[in-house]
Design a protein around this ligand. Structure first.
Ligand SMILES: [Mg+2]
Length: 214
């Protein structure tokens, strides 16, 4: 199963740690407070603005940059106040990634700082060969083509020999079109094949272990 794959592309949030964690909650809260402060509104107003920014520009950060004059580092400052201790080590995932042959990259719409902190807490820092963050992508997020192209070019990735994991199905459409195998991380059975080069999995470590056993 997927024996000739050489590159593994991993989303971070809600993929390398479960959706619904207290970390995701803090991220949402941090983004909304930043928007509320920047646009001079309350949380309900910030929610509306965030939805508009995401619909139009892919992420709140990019929207705030394009429609305003906020510095991306100021926008991301809320990350410095996040308590990353709400997530803990995932030795099963670390072992599965370590055993998996090939290169592994984190491809995230978050910042490198956030990825570093989260990977550290998960015990996965040594398991990945690089991180491509929102700043590396010039603030253009997944699922835009400019982001995917910049990511593939940065690490010299051949799409036909790469597998991408993400909890947002929308982020996987273009990679699949480009020839990548995609794995949608979502609740349900441990893992199953949906179509050619398309999988879904609820149990990421289990799915990775299965790959190395075959
Ligand atoms: Mg995600």
């Amino acid at each position: 199963m997927l024996a000739d794959m050489e590159t593994w592309v991993l989303d971070l949030d809600n993929t390398l740690y479960p959706a619904g964690s207290a970390l995701a909650e803090q991220l949402t809260h941090g983004i909304l407070s930043t928007i509320a402060q920047y646009y001079g509104t309350d949380v309900a107003g910030a929610r509306r603005i965030q939805a508009e920014l995401v619909a139009e520009y892919g992420t709140s950060l990019r929207g705030a940059m394009v429609t305003g004059t906020i510095d991306p580092h100021d926008f991301l400052d809320f990350e410095r106040r996040i308590d990353y201790s709400v997530i803990g080590p995932d030795p099963a995932l670390a072992a599965a990634l370590t055993t998996l042959p090939g290169r592994k990259y984190v491809y995230t719409n978050g910042s490198a700082y956030h990825a570093e902190q989260a990977l550290g807490r998960l015990g996965l820092t040594g398991c990945v060969d690089g991180v491509f963050d929102i700043l590396a992508g010039d603030l253009v997020p997944k699922p835009y083509a400019e982001s995917l192209d910049a990511f593939l070019t940065r690490f010299g990735i051949e799409p036909a020999r790469a597998v991408m994991f993400d909890d947002l199905e929308v982020n996987l459409a273009l990679p699949h079109e480009r020839g990548m195998t995609t794995v949608w991380i979502t609740e349900g059975s441990p893992y199953e094949q949906l179509a050619e080069r398309r999988w879904r999995a609820a149990d990421l470590p289990g799915f990775l272990r299965r790959l190395t056993n075959v």
